[in-house]
Design a protein around this ligand. Sequence first.
Ligand code: TXA
Ligand code: MG
Length: 337
Amino acid sequence: MPLLLKAADPAAITTAAQRLAAGSLVGMPTETVYGLAADADNATAVHRIFEAKGRPADHPLIVHLAAGDGAQGWRAGVDHYARDVPPFAAALMQAFWPGPLTLILPRRDGVAAVAAGGQDSVGLRCPSHPVAQALLSAAAAQGVTGVAAPSANRFGRVSPTTAAHVAEEFSALADEDLLILDGGACPVGIESTIVDCTRAHPVLLRPGMVTVAQLEAACGQPLRERDEAAPRASGTLESHYAPRAKVRLMDAKQLRAAFQVLGSDAKHIAVYARSTFETARGVPRRRMPDDAAAAAQELFAVLRELDATGVNLIWVETPPEDQAWDGVRDRLQRAAA
Ligand code: TXA
Ligand code: MG
């Protein structure tokens, strides 16, 4: 079993930083989801991430940076990995770092090639979670400039938002191979918004809780939709974030009608919805919050919980059209694909 330590204990942060410096894996809480972390400049350590996740080696990982001291304390880290930072990217860092935003930038030759999955770009993010920052700065003091960390789930599965989820995903790893820092439940709950900054205009690669309107206001230009030339991203695969049960999105009317028709035959179905309607007794059910941030925060934990009831189907009420729901809607559509 992986080693699980409470992040509130400063000795746990020190041990985790030493493990990163030694090329070992650490389960790291961030404000979005837990990451499976390794020294981004250590190819052997980064290979361990791909192996543990069962992730294809050409799917690039995000490199996480310490916030450092003073204004733009992350800049030395950015300059270590990125060859060029266009002004619109600098404006986005200024506005949203530390926080749930990842920027794809042209990669400096010879750095983090394995973490970047062989692409000539690199994904950078400065997380705001205090435990992530404590770990990143302790690791930096030991010579680790950046920490590669995909979400700490096996490839294609639901992202983890608690330390227990991470332990569940990697129960096969021994305690010397994985230390998980328990920093409690992640406050944002879905992965960072990703913006491609390798071309003349910012392009949205993955929606998240930083909305398009907020990004556009901060960088002063419209965001483009992803196109053929945009870099591939596994979080943008059509089918991703999938629990074992099949997920289906339906509106309130469809849900009401379907449960009416099924009556007591609905026992193999779980439901996650904002609106209220009758279901047979024993149907596992969670109420979706009316607020997008609250729904995002609990989304992956709810999918895991409903999946664990053993149902074959999870019926989810389609989220509102509103931009605030873009990230949640995107994850649910992929879970349903
Ligand atoms: O919130 C998050 O971003 C979390 C936490 C742990 O920071 N991390 C995360 O990592 O979601 P992951 O590996 O599950 O998703 C990273 C996404 C993938 O879709 C990947 O393809 C994309 O970022 N990505 C990373 N580097 C890239 C690059 N150089 N070019 C294009 N896409 C890249
Ligand atoms: Mg992921």
